[in-house]
Unconditional design. Structure first.
Lengths: 288, 172
């Protein structure tokens, strides 16, 4: 096309070239939106020569496909063997990744317990309210996630119960896991903290105004009980771990891309923090 | 994903990988299967790089293309294969015309720069979104679309008996 013609000629040229070859191929491969397709169809109606050329390209595309057909040839034994090996490795890799994610979450739980015991002075002291306001010692108010009040309440109510502290006992972990996974619409694995002296007692699902809130209850040899809560409610602000006192309980909370978490405890023995810190490193190393 | 599901996915992807390998190696079945084997070996060795949720076929295709690009030896064996094929007499007379057509397409593909061949064969073997195809080949979308357009035009010229297209990848 000449770019030096009259205005009329330029307009005609623009009309002739308003669809590029790249767009034509994208059209033939069904990559365009309806509007874009309509534009190409208009163009092809005005330019049957281009339609003919495009037809040739599509024939070539079919020929390439036909030229590479396998004709029911058996797969090479070596390929089958390698594919089988790859399948095994992929399955193991996915399991490891899943375990690693939970290990990281467990490490975070453990670290919070540890930090909580070495940083009592950093706790904000005051009652949590349903609207999420927490009064600081100085009288200044700061916002905490709504689910913390539910978590603190549930821990205070259920953790001391000697008869029925959980709905699903540890023996029913698979059923509990399925139930949690179903409600959160994602695979849930239950973290195990035996390495730091906390056995899983079981868990329950709580209904809150903002959605399901899962509670897992753990107990150590001295009878100290710690709850891990997690929910899909996302918190405002950063994902940094924070420590607060909510009513009679202490709570450490944080979030990642998928869940918000809180570890809630009454005031346990001071040596747990030291033990937890040491074990956290072991758990982290195992997960990496 | 369960082991069973992974095996099923692999069983579905393998024929595709073998076909794409054949397109890249211009029909040399033995060379193509070598390429698939190397791809699987590399995948096994680099399993830690596979991210959960990533598309397995896309990941394997990318490995295959990178393996193909890095193996210059393959181009020489392919040419020898095509020359050998051209000299052989086809056994099945009824299918001779089809066979000739297939050989013509494969020989024409072999004259294309590998970069153009990668692009046009990828979209010939499956209905894949251009954005996904570009990602598999490690290209920007615009570059990929340009290669599809130029690759097809070059192939058409070859099949119509016009002179070899430029083997230079230009205009990107």
């Amino acid at each position: 096309m000449s770019s030096h013609g009259s205005g009329r000629e330029e307009d005609d040229a623009m009309a002739r070239n308003d669809v590029s070859d790249v767009e034509l191929h994208a059209f033939a491969d069904r990559q365009l939106s309806v509007d874009e397709e309509n534009k190409v169809i208009d163009f092809l109606e005005r330019h049957p020569d281009r339609l003919q050329l495009l037809r040739g390209h599509m024939d070539d595309k079919r020929r390439i496909s036909e030229a590479t057909e396998l004709d029911d040839e058996p797969t090479d034994v070596a390929i089958d063997t390698l594919a089988d090996c790859l399948g095994d490795r992929l399955a193991r890799h996915e399991k490891r990744e899943k375990a690693r994610r939970w290990s990281a979450r467990t490490v975070a739980c453990v670290a919070l317990i540890a930090v909580g015991w070495t940083a009592h002075t950093a706790y904000i002291d005051g009652p949590a309210t349903r609207n999420g306001a927490l009064t600081m010692a100085s009288g200044e108010a700061t916002a905490v996630p709504r689910f913390l009040a539910d978590a603190a309440g549930a821990h205070s109510l259920f953790a001391p119960d000697q008869v029925h502290p959980v709905e699903y006992t540890a023996d029913s972990e698979p059923a509990m896991r399925d139930w949690f996974s179903s409600l959160f619409n994602t695979d849930i694995a239950v973290p195990h903290l035996e390495g730091i002296g906390f056995d899983l007692m079981g868990g329950r699902m709580l209904a809150t105004a903002e959605g399901p809130l899962a509670q897992l209850l753990y107990e150590n040899g001295r009878g100290d009980r710690v709850s891990l809560f997690f929910t899909k409610q996302q918190m405002d602000g950063s994902s940094e771990m924070k420590l607060v006192k909510v009513g009679k309980t202490f709570a450490s909370y944080w979030q990642d891309d998928e869940f918000s978490y809180a570890v809630v405890e009454e005031a346990p023995g001071a040596d747990i923090g030291v033990v937890a810190t040491q074990i956290a490193e072991l758990v982290h190393n195992r997960g990496s | 994903m369960s082991k069973k599901r992974i095996s099923e996915d692999l069983a579905e992807h393998l024929p595709y990988l073998r076909r794409y390998a054949r397109a890249l190696t211009c029909g040399d079945a033995a060379d193509a299967d070598d390429l698939v084997q190397e791809t699987l070996l590399k995948a096994i060795r680099s399993i830690e790089r596979f991210r959960e949720g990533a598309e397995l076929r896309a990941w394997l295709t990318t490995i295959m293309v990178n393996t193909f690009r890095s193996d210059k030896r393959r181009a020489r064996t392919r040419r020898a294969y095509l020359e050998n094929q051209a000299g052989e007499e086809q056994q099945s007379a009824p299918r001779q015309q089809d066979w000739m057509e297939v050989q013509t397409v494969l020989r024409s593909l072999d004259t294309l720069p590998p970069e153009l061949r990668e692009a046009i064969t990828l979209v010939a073997l499956e209905d894949v979104k251009y954005t996904d195809a570009a990602q598999r080949l490690g290209l920007k979308l615009g570059t990929f679309m340009s290669r599809v357009s130029r690759g097809r035009a070059a192939l058409r010229r070859m099949l119509e008996g016009e002179p070899d297209p430029s083997r230079r990848v230009a205009g990107e």
